[in-house]
Design a protein around this ligand. Structure first.
Ligand code: NAI
Ligand code: MG
Length: 496
């Protein structure tokens, strides 16, 4: 018997080359049974509470406060007090110290935050660990750097803080959206009342602990949890600015509500981004970009590349390669380090995805889903791709906000631009081609706030992000992201 066959007997070749489970321990997270509202540096009990669940198991994680109108007013009062009694007149270099401290604490506690984010929101730990947390910390580092340089960011304009900012965020990147909102607001000298989304309040509540650890003065950051009613109360309260990220529907309602109020407003709403592949693109790299564009974070991404435009001559090989790649995606336990696609954030979102996918089938598109075993409990949806899609189909028009891709084709660059812009949205786009000149030609014509070239879903705190048309207005990130939180002497404040 040869050495090789002897070894073969001892450890037979497995029938299947699947990954063994590699779960991240959740012991690092200490959940409280019940959370109040964080107002003026204290925990306030809410009269009404609701349960927040883990979307991958449906288990209840904690009871969370549903802030009433009166609670919201208290939070706004406390923010006003903190603004007037010190924070707004603190030298920028002092504000920067707090922001640097927050950034460092987030880095130190990143595993705890990543596990909690995946537990409460359903996203793969690989993503919360490697994307959400590093980017959240990076935002605080970045804006800490601006806090004492505002006069240089806006020369000859004498910037000053606007006052109290009301911030309403969604559930797809709970901690990261908190960072996008808080960091520029605080750097600019404002105080804040922030409302997390109802399904994902836990990392924002854990963040209150970071605020304490950083010894931020009481009332500078207030966190009120609750559903849309709490958000509406915040919009109506005596705040100076509202920053909202969420659905176009609610964004429009807020804009109507604020018209003529003099409150500043920024809206970051939905998208239906075009990811455009030319025939000279590096196809395997493009396929990775397509997958990242739509299956990252279960497709719960406002800038997701949900409409794929492939040049006709390469449509067949691209779709073929894409399906082969989709078959390798591992769907399941968000806390498993091998998981590529986690749980759908809520039952309501799952139902919306199911409805739109059914409409795609009914309208005549061809659907493909790789074979995968979905867990029995929890909210799940397999990675899906539609081919034979017409531009008029709902799946080509409406934001699905799930792991569902619609493939369309084009022949010429002009046709690609026309089809890509044929949407009420305008948040982002992707272009894949070897030709630099074509990238520039396309980027000039695409009506999108962000255009990625030969990559997708890349974020950097120094880079402004935001939309055109029904994707909203205002920019977050970069120097641009400070402007909505500043007023300038002699200049009218821009109202809703
Ligand atoms: P939503 O817009 O209702 O929720 C976003 C935030 O707004 C949450 O914190 C919510 O409590 C709050 N809110 C709800 N009604 C409000 C009101 N009248 N006044 C003030 N705040 C209010 O979004 P939802 O219902 O969770 O998702 C619906 C669809 O919206 C999704 O399927 C997706 O297509 C889109 N969406 C887009 C997001 C983006 O990042 N652009 C984020 C979340 C959802
Ligand atoms: Mg809603």
């Amino acid at each position: 018997m040869t050495e090789l066959s002897k070894r073969g007997e001892r450890s037979p070749v497995p029938a299947e080359w699947t990954y063994a489970p590699a779960p991240e321990s959740r012991d690092i997270v200490r959940l409280r049974e019940r959370y109040g509202l964080y107002v003026g540096g204290e925990w306030l009990e809410a009269a009404e509470t609701y349960s927040t669940v883990s979307p991958s198991t449906e288990e209840t994680l904690a009871e969370v406060g549903q802030a009433s109108d009166a609670d919201v007013l208290r939070a706004v009062d406390s923010a006003r007090g903190a603004f007037e009694n010190g924070w707004s007149s603190l030298p920028g270099s002092e504000r920067a110290k707090y922001l640097f401290r927050i950034a460092r604490i987030l880095q130190e506690r990143s595993r705890e935050f990543a596990v909690l984010e995946s537990l409460n929101g359903g996203k793969p730990i690989k993503e919360s660990r490697d994307v959400d947390l590093p980017l959240a910390a990076a935002h605080f580092f970045y804006y800490a750097g601006w806090a004492d340089k505002l006069e240089y960011a806006f020369p000859n304009r004498t910037p000053r803080p606007v006052g109290v900012a009301g911030q309403i965020i969604p559930w797809n990147f709970p901690l990261l959206m908190l960072a996008w909102k808080l960091a520029p607001a605080l750097a600019a000298g404002n105080t804040v009342v922030l409302k997390p989304a109802e399904t994902t309040p836990l990392t924002a509540l854990l963040f209150c602990d970071v605020v304490r650890q950083a010894e931020l003065p009481a009332g500078v950051v207030n966190i009120v949890t609750g559903d849309g009613r709490t958000g509406a109360a915040l919009v109506d309260a005596a705040v100076d600015k509202i920053a909202f990220t969420g659905s176009t529907e609610v964004g429009k309602a807020i804009q109507r509500r604020l018209a003529g109020s003099g409150k500043k407003l920024t809206l970051e709403l939905g998208g239906k981004a075009a990811n455009i592949i030319f025939d000279d693109a590096a196809l395997d790299q493009a396929v990775e970009g397509i997958v990242n564009g739509i299956y990252f974070n279960q497709g719960h991404v406002c800038c997701a590349g949900s409409r794929l435009f492939v040049q006709e001559s390469i449509a067949e090989p691209v779709i073929e390669k894409l399906k082969r790649r989709m078959a390798t995606l591992r769907v399941g336990d968000p806390l498993d380090k091998n998981t590529d696609v986690g749980a759908i954030n809520s039952r309501a979102q799952l139902e919306k995805i199911e409805e739109l996918v059914a409409s795609g089938r009914d309208e005549g598109a061809e659907v493909y889903q790789p074979p995968c075993r979905l867990p029995e409990k929890g909210y799940w949806f397999a990675p899906t791709v539609f081919t034979n899609v017409a531009q008029s189909y709902r799946i080509a028009q409406e934001e699905i906000f799930g792991p569902v891709l619609s493939v369309l084709t084009f022949r010429t660059p002009e046709e690609a631009v026309e089809k890509a812009n044929n949407t009420p949205y305008g948040l982002s786009a992707g272009v894949w081609t070897e030709k630099g000149s074509r990238i520039l030609w396309m980027a000039e014509r695409l009506r999108a706030g962000v255009v990625w070239a030969n990559t997708y879903n890349r974020f950097d705190p120094a880079s402004p992000f935001g939309g055109y048309k029904e994707s909203g207005f205002g920019r977050e990130g970069g120097r641009h992201g400070l402007e909505p939180y500043l007023a300038f002497d002699g200049a009218e404040t821009r109202g809703g």
